[in-house]
Design a protein around this ligand. Structure first.
Ligand code: SF4
Length: 214
């Protein structure tokens, strides 16, 4: 297998962080793309889009929802110093929803404009586990399905090199789905799946080469 190329990923991040496609197309006033991660990351988190906090920090999942997500990761055995690759379906803060409840869901044309970035990230990092956080990421990489039908399940994606897909709800405090106690069991199942898959990952060296466990 071709070794993962860290320099190529660094070049991709430079180009991505300079992207203004959605401004040129009239969807955003300003572009501030947010992404973080390393070529050796075996787990990739794909969210919907950065929030207003990330607009300032320029670090994915650094707001309140991100803190909750990191607590979920910790429960699955992934420590703060092992944070996975973090990206999203669209990489810029889309603004608040017109209803005032949460952030605006990026439109289909915005998703299409940003899609080549995610495809390039997936092609270079080649993660073994992909956490799909929220319905937009689930729709895009798992396929259509209600949260209550897919959270707690996992499946391998032949199109993504056999990566294990694990859907999660969005950890935002605004998520009504999460506030329903009937869904807590589904979240626990998803975190158990993540813990098992994380523990089974073979180690990688600093060049991203995988070494099977002896
Ligand atoms: S959302 Fe994606 S395509 Fe649009 S400006 Fe930001 S990085 Fe570029």
């Amino acid at each position: 297998m071709v070794p993962r190329d860290g320099k190529e990923l660094a070049r991709l991040h430079l180009r991505l962080r300079a992207c203004t496609r959605c401004v040129a197309a009239g969807y955003l006033d300003t572009a501030a793309p947010v992404v973080a991660g390393d070529i050796t990351d075996r787990v990739m988190i794909v969210g919907q889009a950065p929030g207003v906090v990330e607009l300032t920090t320029r670090t994915p999942f650094s707001g309140r929802a991100g803190a909750e997500l990191r607590r979920w990761l910790a429960r699955a055995g992934i420590a703060e110093d092992q944070l996975p690759y973090r990206t999203s379906i669209t990489k810029c803060f889309p603004g608040k929803a017109a209803t005032g409840a949460g952030d605006r869901r990026p439109s289909a044309p915005e998703v299409a404009l940003c899609a080549p970035w995610l495809e390039a990230e997936l092609g270079l990092v080649r993660p073994r586990i992909i956490l799909l956080v929220g319905t937009l990421a689930i729709d895009r990489l798992w396929g259509p399905g209600a949260l209550a039908d897919v959270v707690g399940l996992s499946k391998r994606s032949p199109a993504l090199g056999g990566a294990l897909l694990i859907p999660l709800p969005h950890p935002s405090g605004a998520s009504r789905w999460l506030n329903d106690p009937r869904h807590k069991d589904r979240l626990e199942r998803a975190l158990r799946l993540l813990r098992r898959a994380w523990r089974a990952l073979p180690p990688v060296d600093c060049a991203g080469r995988v070494h099977p466990r002896r």
